[in-house]
Design a protein around this ligand. Structure first.
Ligand SMILES: *Cc1c(COP(=O)(O)O)cnc(C)c1O
Length: 392
């Protein structure tokens, strides 16, 4: 091909990570089940020798995700989203301070506090939608700051499960002004919705378990950086800590990512339509989705994302009991944790003791899938009516 125009993400998900084209060669990469490689003597950089350090079945997915995030380097595939988050947090220098959104994924917040308890790192928890407060916390002149800047800013946008939207470019600028690294958990938006590296972030992490793999059949994670030293540090972390992906899981993630653009397009459209209808439902006290014109995150999401994601926050009338009754009353929606699968699912987040106390007890997180939107609506509507007692 002559100097081609850059491929669009909807094409990258399909075309990246394919084997070289050879007559009678396969169009998909093989799964190589081998813990070790024939090897003797010095090992040149990049040569395979042991499958904890590197294995070829990771590469097609790593290249595809690297291309999707617009990264100079392939992604670093890890055994779970939390393994990727641990790798990114390992970049925090000893005794350094990390600023974390209070409604980031609850296990991320717990991990940061655990790090603080074990290593003397410091954690400042912020409302990531409150740009002024985050900037003050990063500089160290927030309410409990001592004037010394943070070493890392953790960003999740939209947040899980509160769906707050951060002003990513403004936060990146403030963090870089004081020399802090910026890590972004891009699980909710997916690289189709936003590319944090292009917005200036130093590190991006994903729970590949969710949209990227997309079928609720694997647990995997990935970390990316454009910076050669940070990319090398993430790879080194993986080799030293050993939280690696199995070849079969890596292959399933590649198989899943092929339809990412189609799945996200459909689930986002479903989510926006359901949000619009839920906002008018007599059984609903509050619905959050950045697509809604009066949602606090709407303007920012419209400016910095493509689409508004496929997660909804819903609080039914009637509190916790109504929320639990709704989860019990659905027939098509699956009562389950996790998100980003082709199937629609929902859960009350505070059923988990680790979930942050400022998340309302009656908040349901809905992961909207790719089913027919009318079927999803009918089931939600009957469950809402049954759970809240509203009629008409
Ligand atoms: C699920 C999730 C994680 C954790 O990923 P695992 O693959 O479950 O380890 C991290 N961040 C976000 C936003 C998530 O939704």
């Amino acid at each position: 091909m002559p100097d081609a125009a850059p491929l669009s993400p909807a094409t990258i998900v399909v075309s990246a990570g394919r084997p070289a084209r050879t007559q009678a060669g396969p169009v998909n990469p093989p799964i190589v089940l081998s813990s070790t490689y024939v090897s003797q003597g010095a090992v040149p950089d990049g040569e395979l020798f042991y499958a904890r350090a590197d294995t070829e079945t990771w590469h097609p997915f790593e290249e595809t995700l690297g291309a999707l995030e617009g990264s100079a380097h392939p992604a670093v595939l890890l055994g779970s989203g939390m393994a990727a988050i641990a790798a990114a947090l390992s970049l925090l220098p000893p005794g350094g301070r990390v600023v974390v959104p209070r409604h980031a994924y609850n296990v991320t917040v717990a991990h940061a506090h655990d790090l603080a308890a074990r290593t003397g790192a410091q954690v400042t928890v912020v409302d990531v939608a409150d740009t002024e407060a985050v900037v003050a916390a990063v500089r160290g002149d927030g309410p409990d700051g001592d004037g010394s800047p943070a070493a890392m800013l953790w960003v999740e946008s939209p947040t899980n499960p509160m769906l707050e939207v951060a002003d990513v470019p403004a936060l990146v600028e403030a963090a870089h002004a004081v020399g802090a690294l910026v890590a972004v958990d891009n699980t909710f938006a997916t690289p189709l919705g936003q590319q944090p590296l292009a917005l200036g972030a130093d590190v991006v992490v994903h729970s590949v378990t969710k949209y990227l793999a997309g079928h609720s059949d694997v647990v995997l994670g990935a970390a990316l950086s454009d910076d050669p030293a940070l990319h090398a540090a993430l790879r080194r972390y993986r080799t030293l800590h050993g939280a690696i992906a199995g070849p079969t899981e890596a292959w399933l993630a590649l198989r899943g990512v092929r339809t990412l653009a189609l799945r996200v397009e459909r689930s986002q459209a479903n989510a926006a339509e359901l949000a619009r209808r839920l906002a008018e439902h007599p059984g609903v006290a509050q619905v959050r989705h950045p697509s809604l014109p009066d949602d606090p995150g709407h303007a920012r999401a419209a400016a910095q994302m493509r689409g508004f994601g496929s997660i909804l926050g819903v609080r039914p009338h009637g509190g916790v009991d109504a929320a639990d009754a709704l989860v019990a009353a659905v027939r098509l929606w699956v009562p389950a944790t996790s998100l980003g699968g082709v199937e629609s699912s929902l859960e009350r987040r505070r059923r988990f003791p680790l979930e942050t106390a400022s998340v309302p007890e009656d908040l349901l997180r809905l992961s909207v899938g790719v089913e027919d939107v009318e079927d999803l609506w009918r089931d939600l509507d009957q469950a809402l009516r049954a759970a809240t007692g509203v009629t008409g």
